[in-house]
Design a protein around this ligand. Structure first.
Ligand SMILES: Cc1ncc(COP(=O)(O)O)c(C=O)c1O
Length: 482
């Protein structure tokens, strides 16, 4: 232990006894626990501005009393077997509990998971990347580089839209791979932070926001937290029903549209070019910004993915969100907002309320990795793997159909999951699967309005686990689908 805060009583006792008493009080109060290391005599002597021998005498006193132990060259530790310790600790706990403050909680988020999906033996959560595929050794080199040659000026307070060399790399990548050219880039700690900031900047209480009927609840929670009322747009097998959206615009004053156009979450459908053009027209005509959540752009298999709506955005109304959670791993907490210049400054300035500096070291390492080409190598490798896993899952489900199971699905052009009509009570299947150690979500988890729940679809993620695991898990699931 390095430091222990103790206060010496102003008594007549000899100094070493005052110190011993103060340490004993710290042990009794639970500031240091049994078996925990105490400060060295030198540290404590410096801290208290006393002679080292005085501290040694204090420790010897505590050893004699049974409070402290010492082993050769290992310094001093709190005794493991303090006879009165547990009763003292309990007493302290009781006092603390008796005085518990009751908090006035104004806002709460109801949506947290009770048991994380990765705790299950088979994890079919739809949005999980396979973190085992990430090249940690390679990436470590770039973290080291960032530490070896840090940009001291950038590590200080100041610029808050992100680390410039990272923004440059991302800008080049977005231009080259996603055709996004004239947008300003802001770096955030993942898409969720982007959604929170945008909701706060663009909405006020009672504003109507249009979302897909089946969609991404964490985004909805951020919008609602800003006071928005969500209005669901009907979906067909070709994605959202633009006619229904137009109707909603005429009935209500829609202030914002939130969409996942490439691989619709959760149905995986890609929004056609024709529908996109209609949406641009409506957005322009009625002045409705579109938040485009392009959360898994690279994972597209049979052809190149359609460029984002932000790429051909005629009036600059598309606010583009991209996340590193799938292309690296969720714990990296990196996300991008690409937006028209006229809005960018408002976002950066609002972001300063939450956080007044970006994680420069991390962005520096990722920028170096991107510049080196490692980022795109990793993307190519994981996309190939995910494609194989999609094929593996499709083959197994097709074999189930051959065996007479009544399930239907369309092979998605990309993404990380299949949306499967099981023609049975989907929620019951998800619940029974959990009891067998299999995590998957049923349709119910994605509906804005519970009355729309037909309760017959399940979402099966294929990216996050090996083909072997996919096979084993699906075979265990098969009797539940029959
Ligand atoms: C629709 C959607 N958007 C965004 C994200 C990524 O969010 P974040 O960047 O906050 O991890 C996910 C991840 O599951 C998602 O499914």
């Amino acid at each position: 232990m390095k430091t222990l805060n103790i206060s010496l009583e102003n008594t007549q006792l000899a100094l070493y006894l005052k110190i011993a008493e103060a340490i004993r009080d710290a042990i009794k109060d639970g500031a240091v626990m049994p078996a925990e290391k105490l400060p060295s005599t030198r540290t404590l002597a410096e801290q208290l501005s006393v002679n080292r021998h005085t501290v040694m005498a204090a420790y010897n006193e505590l050893i004699a009393q049974g409070w402290v132990e010492t082993k050769q060259r290992q310094g001093y530790t709190v005794s493991l077997t303090l006879p009165i310790y547990s009763s003292l600790a309990n007493k302290a706990k009781q006092i603390r509990q008796g005085n518990k403050h009751s908090w006035r909680v104004i806002k709460q988020n109801q949506g947290s998971l009770t048991r994380p999906a990765h705790d299950y033996s088979f994890n079919f959560a739809g949005g999980n990347p396979d973190i085992d595929l990430f090249p940690f050794n390679e990436f470590r080199g770039f973290i080291n580089e960032a530490l070896n040659r840090p940009s001291i000026k950038e590590l200080n307070y100041g610029e808050n839209s992100g680390f410039k060399p990272f923004i440059k790399e991302v800008g080049t990548y977005l231009r080259r791979v996603r055709s996004i050219i004239d947008k300003e880039i802001i770096v955030v700690n993942g898409t969720q932070e982007a959604l929170y900031i945008l909701s706060q900047v663009l909405l006020k209480s009672g504003d109507k926001v249009a979302v897909e009927n089946l969609g991404y609840r964490p985004a909805w929670a951020a919008l609602k937290n800003a006071g928005a009322e969500l209005v669901g747009i009907k979906q067909t097998e070709e994605g959202i029903d633009v006619g229904d959206f137009e109707l909603l615009i005429k009935q209500e004053k829609i202030r914002l549209l939130y969409l996942t156009p490439l691989h619709q979450y959760p149905t995986t459908i890609t929004l056609s070019v024709a529908k996109r053009v209609q949406l641009y027209r409506l957005a322009q005509q009625y002045n409705i910004p579109i938040i485009e959540d392009d959360y898994d752009h690279e994972f597209h298999y049979s052809s190149q993915p359609l460029p984002p709506m932000a790429a051909n955005d005629p009036s600059g109304l598309v606010i583009y969100l991209s996340s590193f959670s799938k292309i690296m791993f969720p714990g990296i907490r990196l996300g991008i907002i690409a937006v028209d210049k006229s809005l960018a400054q408002h976002i950066v300035s609002y972001r300063t309320l939450i956080n007044h500096k970006a994680n420069v070291l991390l962005q520096d390492a990722v920028a170096r990795w991107m510049k080196d080409g490692g980022f795109e190598r990793h993307l190519r490798k994981s996309t190939r793997q995910y494609q194989k896993r999609r094929e593996c899952m499709v083959d197994i489900l097709n074999s189930f159909v051959d065996d007479g199971l009544n399930i239907q699905f369309t092979i998605p052009k990309g993404g990380m999951a299949l949306w499967v009509n099981v023609n049975k009570n989907a929620q019951e299947i998800a619940d029974s699967a959990k009891s067998k150690g299999i995590f998957l979500l049923a349709e119910n988890a994605f509906h804005l309005t519970p009355k729309n729940n037909e309760n017959k679809f399940i979402r099966l993620g294929f990216a996050g686990q090996s083909e072997e695991k996919i096979k084993q898990g699906l075979l265990m699931l098969k009797p539940l689908l029959a």
